[in-house]
Design a protein around this ligand. Structure first.
Ligand SMILES: [Zn+2]
Ligand SMILES: [Zn+2]
Length: 325
């Protein structure tokens, strides 16, 4: 037992000591200037064509949220890496390295992100954080960096299993950054469709416009970050329908006040929990999808979809009542 503990501790210290984030640094140094140029080009294109893709306050909120997220990310980075390293030191699983290792890591990482993103949408506690990525009514490249501000506090839970199956902690963090970089270009209205084979396999701007839609048929769809095949496999895929233009944002009207945008969902969740009749109901408010209510006064996205035919025929005032959550 003593030997096991000593051995585990030694492995843990060795893993921590050899951690360096060279790969991630190179990736971000190479990509950041390209991203800035892409944002400026999109802004110029929108201005030239008199398109309302950008709004000053909205972009300011996106920049604020990404800055806050950056601070939390940096602060919690050591803790996340430490947890990955600890799990990695416990597992006997090791990979040979090489192409197979990196390909396997890519698939595992993208699947783990898909699970995280589903939790963000289907568990109200996580949605209260993830909503900051969705509460812009615009859709442009700056929305890509409009982060889920508090996500660094729990994100590691979803990637920790990768360390347990033998992926190196720093490689997990690097692959996460790489998949996030991919997620940048899909936040644009100006690329309509990619070639059919690409649309079938990869997440595209068309898929991700759907993801940011507040239309009932688009809610909680297309969760993938790089591969759309997860959505096709697990039944969360929805194609962009030309007959139903995407209304970006959330199902209720938002103010542009950053404090409300950041904490509003937490306030509503706290209100529901406080007024819950018993502990079981309070826990359901926290763990069930956004919109869940014990008496059906507010509805989840799947409940709303079941009612879609009725909603389509209802007068507008009644529709907004149904959608409010
Ligand atoms: Zn989302
Ligand atoms: Zn997005």
């Amino acid at each position: 037992m003593k030997f096991f503990l000593f051995n585990g501790l030694t492995k843990f210290i060795v893993i921590i000591a050899y951690m360096n984030d060279e790969l991630e640094r190179i990736l971000l140094a190479a990509c950041t200037p390209i991203m800035v140029v892409m944002v400026l080009a999109e802004m110029a294109y929108a201005a030239y064509h008199h398109l309302k893709s950008y709004a000053v306050k909205d972009t300011a909120n996106s920049l604020l949220f990404t800055s806050l997220n950056f601070i939390f990310d940096l602060g919690l980075r050591g803790a996340s890496l430490g947890i990955y390293a600890f799990l990695y030191s416990l597992t006997p699983m090791r990979w040979e390295g090489g192409a197979v290792y990196w390909i396997a890591l890519f698939f595992a990482e993208d699947l783990a992100y898909y699970v995280l993103h589903c939790a963000d949408h289907y568990v109200r506690f996580f949605w209260a954080t993830h909503v900051t990525h969705h509460n812009s009514e615009k859709f442009n490249l700056t929305v890509a960096i409009r982060s889920s501000v508090f996500q660094p506090f729990y994100r590691f839970l979803f990637f920790a299993p990768l360390a347990l199956v033998g992926f190196q902690p720093l490689h997990i963090v690097f692959m996460y950054a790489a998949t996030q970089v991919y997620g940048f270009w899909i936040h644009t209205e100006f690329i309509k469709k990619m070639p059919a084979w690409f649309e079938f396999i990869m997440v595209t701007p068309s898929h991700h416009r759907v993801h940011h839609g507040s239309n009932v048929k688009y809610l909680d769809k297309n969760m993938g970050m790089v591969l759309i095949i997860w959505d096709r496999l697990f039944g969360t895929f929805a194609a962009e329908d030309d007959a139903e233009p995407v209304r970006y944002g959330v199902t209720y009207k938002n103010k542009l006040n950053p404090v409300t945008l950041l904490l509003g969902e937490w306030g509503k969740l706290w209100h529901d929990v406080r007024h819950a009749q018993d502990l079981a109901t309070a826990l359901k408010y926290v763990s069930r999808p956004p919109g869940w209510s014990p008496d059906g006064t507010t509805l989840t996205s799947s409940q709303l979809r079941q009612q879609l035919p009725a909603i389509r025929e209802a007068p507008p005032a009644q529709i907004s009542e149904l959608l409010l959550s």
